[in-house]
Design a protein around this ligand. Structure first.
Ligand SMILES: C[S@@+](CC[C@H](N)C(=O)[O-])C[C@H]1O[C@@H](n2cnc3c(N)ncnc32)[C@H](O)[C@@H]1O
Length: 398
């Protein structure tokens, strides 16, 4: 039996170190899903990329070197053949890429008797600038999702995906940012995928307890996402550096608080619109409605602002008094606030008393938005705390 480089006591996260072309022939058992993020063959060794106006060297590593068409085909055949054997009869395979590798992957899949179910476009809202002024800016990667040609009963959890997409059937274009800083606190992998991308793929095509194989593990984003939602993971990479990074990521979520924190961030919908819900006593609220200014004290006191996830997606403010008499408005600018001293608020006719500084939100008081759902804002002492809630708590979206 092959010795793993690392394995959790629960056996739900296993890493093998070495050449995937050899190890894939020694892996035991079968898999419900394979997620492969293979080399795209992008690195020339002397390329450059524009990051925030600075040209920096672009080289992901020897494993990503540019290859000829035939070399690409034989590379892809060499790992796809054993993967096809390891995939259950009704299993599905996901493969990432760009035009540099994806046509070769499709050709090999076809030779192996697979059909494409979908080709997902991963659209990045914040891509780095492409250097050339002779082509469009690159802002997407692609994911082939495939199964055996004869297979009709592969897993597709459409309801779960619809829920993730706010009640609307999930399209094949996924707008998701690249891996964020909160995903890179243990170190960096040059092509680390965002957890949110894996969350969608794994939720779509597996069930709790299913086994997932990743023949090019890198920092094991697939494994972290898999474990966060109760799936088992086996990953292979020949780099000890990347496997050690994978282990750090996995050990971090052993802690319950870290587990739920990362899971919560992964499951968040980056497009979800949020509302700042704020209590103000009646006279203060009237003044806020008159000026289009909502403010919250800054400091360690009741009612002070707590900057939580979703803050950057805040587009509305809802003012209420003791959970009643609610008014909803659009913020003038999304997810932003000013910090004002109490004197500035006084110049607008307010009488702030509790703090020297306040977070100030400007909203469009010329247009009050009516909303059909009666929100339950009463929550004992929490009724008086400012909170950030999804817009669908007040509207039936979709
Ligand atoms: C595109 S990266 C995967 C990144 C990963 N999805 C993540 O989120 O961190 C590809 C990985 O494949 C590994 N790799 C490339 N060729 C390999 C081979 N023949 N055997 C094992 N690993 C290989 C590289 O070390 C690299 O970490």
């Amino acid at each position: 039996m092959m010795k793993p480089y690392y394995c959790t006591t629960k056996n739900d996260f296993t890493l093998y170190q070495g050449d995937t072309f050899n190890l894939l022939h020694q892996i035991e058992g079968s898999f419900d899903m394979i997620f492969a993020d293979p080399p795209y063959f992008l690195s020339t060794g002397n390329g450059k990329v524009n990051v925030n106006g600075q040209y920096i060297k672009f080289d992901k590593g020897l494993w990503d070197r540019v290859r000829s068409r035939d070399e690409k085909d034989s590379f892809n055949r060499k790992w796809l053949e054993p993967c096809a054997r390891l995939l259950k009869k009704n299993g599905t395979i996901w493969i990432c890429g760009t035009y540099h590798n994806i046509f070769s992957v499709e050709k090999c899949l076809d030779e192996l008797g697979f059909k494409i179910i979908n080709m997902i476009v991963w659209q990045k809202p914040d891509p780095p600038l492409t250097l050339s002024d002779k082509r469009f800016n690159f802002s997407a990667e692609y994911l082939i999702w495939a199964t055996r040609r004869a297979c009709k009963d592969y897993t597709f959890n459409i309801e779960a995906l619809t829920k993730i997409n706010g009640g609307i059937q999930m399209p094949d274009v996924w707008k998701l940012s690249a891996a964020s800083t909160w995903e890179k606190t243990h170190g960096k992998h040059p092509t680390q995928k965002p957890l949110r991308l894996l969350y969608r793929a794994i939720t779509a095509s597996t069930n709790i307890g299913d086994r997932i194989l990743d023949p090019f593990a890198g920092s094991s984003t697939t494994g972290i996402a898999a474990n966060l939602i109760g799936r088992q993971y086996v990953g292979i990479d020949d780099s000890k550096e990347y496997l050690n990074l994978s282990i750090k990521r996995r050990e971090y979520i052993e802690d319950k608080a870290h587990f739920f924190d990362i899971k919560h961030r992964m499951e968040e919908d980056p497009e979800q619109v949020m509302v700042l819900v704020n209590h103000a006593r009646y006279e203060l609220k009237t003044k806020m409605l008159e000026t289009g200014i909502c403010y919250i004290r800054i400091g360690d006191s009741k009612g002070s602002v707590l900057v939580t996830y979703g803050f950057e997606r805040m587009q509305y403010v809802l003012l209420h008094t003791n959970g009643e008499d609610c008014h909803l408005f659009r913020l003038k600018s999304r997810g932003t606030f000013n910090i004002w001293p109490k004197e500035t608020l006084e110049s607008f006719g307010f009488h702030p008393e509790h703090s020297p500084y306040y977070a100030v939100f400007h909203f469009d008081n010329t247009y009050e938005i009516s909303f059909p759902k009666t929100p339950n804002l009463k929550d004992k002492i929490n009724t008086y705390r400012a909170r950030i809630r999804p817009l669908e708590d007040f509207f039936d979206i979709g």
